[in-house]
Design a protein around this ligand. Structure first.
Ligand code: AHR
Length: 505
């Protein structure tokens, strides 16, 4: 097969936020996974685990969404401010029925974002909260003057307002966020977003409207129809993003399937379901194009990833699952799709960051391991903020098992500000190598870095064997004369990164 890269044809900027993450008050994501409290024996900075923060900095987390998820629509932010001993203890009814002591609240979230050096995406409560509550939260976080909420923030030790980069007006309001119908939610969106005040025009808050579940195109259409009354001018300051949620359940929502025990057919079924993201982005995108042809509203895929049956013996409400080479491929395939649709997809958040669903990190007591998905995010970090280049695969065959057929390889290519080219390739077949002949429209490049993440399809990291799957050097390539391209041999079930630089640089 041939990979043709037209490095003279730029296709748009890849928003760094496509590489975003999601942290909910769910299971051991926030508590134990990220936040252990200042008195913990686990090394921490202001309660945040140092090992976790350090690992996350290495993948350059661009944006973090919090506090949910379903949790967001029953979160009352005032419960999570002020002296910790006085904070309300409540039941986390959505997730495991455990006690939520609110020790991680607004101040802690901004401290975490500061330590990570990332943008902030706060998700408000429409399902069970009032307009006043939402409006006061925004005032508390962002107003830099004299006002009841700004004064309260100062009393609680934070003089300066924080920066809220994105604010979500509800979550999954078609389901856990209130079981609403789209026109009803859209009317509420119109109302609630009015009071998400931008107090400092130099620090605008991007407003994210709650979008569809999977292929619910009716939701997308009705919400946009109700919100815009067909006047594109209405867009300004009204809606900056529309969300989309899609999880890969290999065996469907009811059964889901094991994270580590699966056969070849389920491998291909899972990857085929990951590839379905492209159809979702294109079809929801086509509806958005009708209302917003200039693509001012970003598609925000703020929940995506694999969702399996929980690990045996763990709380079913905690959604704790292992992560294999299969997850590395799901991550690589999905991120390449987002890269290739960077004209519309402006943010995406993997669900979830630590110990929940397709996590990049898993913890157990004071131990932490990086998952195969982590290593893919590390490879792909070079795409953040780079310019997508035109690229296509030619003469590619299909691989698969039974009815589940997938392309052998998927790819995305970008060029960064320094002129380095990044190529990311996913090889989906489990049983044979793939030969790829890469050519560049304008030659003169050599390989400066090449790594691969892969292995046997079930391979995964454990606390006993934390480095079974890591990012390893890749050297199975030859360079063509005059730097016109490469010949690659990709190992089965693998994600490969190649970085090219101009010869002579
Ligand atoms: O990520 C887990 C849950 O999945 C989120 O809380 C919810 O928004 C979605 O249904």
């Amino acid at each position: 097969m041939r990979l043709y890269i037209n490095n003279k044809k730029e296709m748009g900027r890849i928003a760094p936020e496509i590489y975003g993450h999601f942290s909910e008050h769910l299971g051991r994501c926030i508590y134990e996974g990220i936040y252990v409290g200042e008195d913990s024996a686990i090394p921490n900075e202001k309660g945040m685990r140092c090992d976790v923060v350090q690992a996350l900095k290495e993948i350059q987390v661009p944006v973090l969404r919090w506090p949910g998820g379903c949790f967001a629509d029953e979160y009352h932010w005032k419960d999570g401010i002020g002296p910790k001993e006085k904070r309300k203890r409540m039941v986390n009814t959505h997730w495991g029925g455990v006690v939520e002591d609110n020790s991680f609240g607004t101040h802690e979230f901004f401290e975490l974002a500061k330590q990570l050096g990332c943008k902030t995406y706060v998700n408000g409560n429409v399902g069970s909260g009032t307009v006043q509550e939402m409006s006061e939260w925004v005032e508390y976080m962002t107003f830099n003057g004299v006002s009841p909420m700004a004064d309260l923030r100062k009393e609680n030790g934070q003089e300066e307002p924080w920066r809220v980069d994105y604010f979500g007006v509800g979550n999954e309001n078609w389901g856990c966020g209130g079981n609403m119908r789209p026109s009803y939610y859209a009317d509420l969106y119109r109302r609630y977003q009015t009071y998400v005040r931008v107090y400092d025009p130099k620090k605008p808050i991007q407003k994210i409207c709650g979008g569809a579940n999977v292929a619910d195109y009716h939701w997308t259409k009705t919400v946009l129809d109700t919100c815009f009354d067909h006047t594109p001018e209405a867009l300004h300051g009204f809606m900056d993003g529309l969300s989309l949620h899609y999880y890969v359940h290999p065996e469907g929502w009811e059964v889901k399937g094991s994270a580590t025990e699966f056969d070849e057919e389920v491998w291909y079924k899972t990857l085929s379901k990951a590839l379905y993201m492209e159809e979702l982005v294109e079809r929801h995108g086509a509806i958005m194009d009708q209302y917003d042809p200039e693509k001012k509203i970003g598609m925000v895929v703020d929940e995506w990833g694999t969702w399996y049956t929980v690990e045996p013996g763990t709380n079913p409400g905690f959604l704790y699952q292992q992560n294999t080479v299969r997850d590395a491929l799901v991550a690589g395939i999905t991120l390449n799709i987002f890269n290739k649709h960077c004209d519309r997809v402006k943010m995406a958040c993997l669900a979830q960051m630590v110990n929940v669903l397709q996590s990049v990190l898993l913890t157990e007591g004071d131990q932490m391991i990086k998952t195969p998905t982590y290593h893919v995010f590390h490879q792909y970090r070079y795409h953040q903020g780079a310019t997508l280049l035109s690229s296509s695969l030619v003469d590619e065959k299909e691989v698969g098992c039974g009815e589940w057929k997938v392309p052998e390889v998927t790819e995305a290519v970008s060029e960064d500000e320094e002129g380095f080219i990044t190529i990311t390739l996913n090889h989906l077949a489990t049983d044979e190598e793939a030969f790829v002949d890469v050519s560049l429209a304008e030659g003169g490049y050599k390989v400066m870095e090449a790594t691969v993440v892969g292995g046997e399809m079930h391979a995964h990291n454990t606390f006993e064997e934390p480095e079974a799957v890591t990012e390893k050097p890749f050297d199975n390539y030859t360079e063509k004369a005059y730097g016109k391209g490469l010949s690659l041999t990709l190992p089965p079930s693998s994600v490969t990164l190649l970085r090219l630089q101009k010869i002579g640089d």
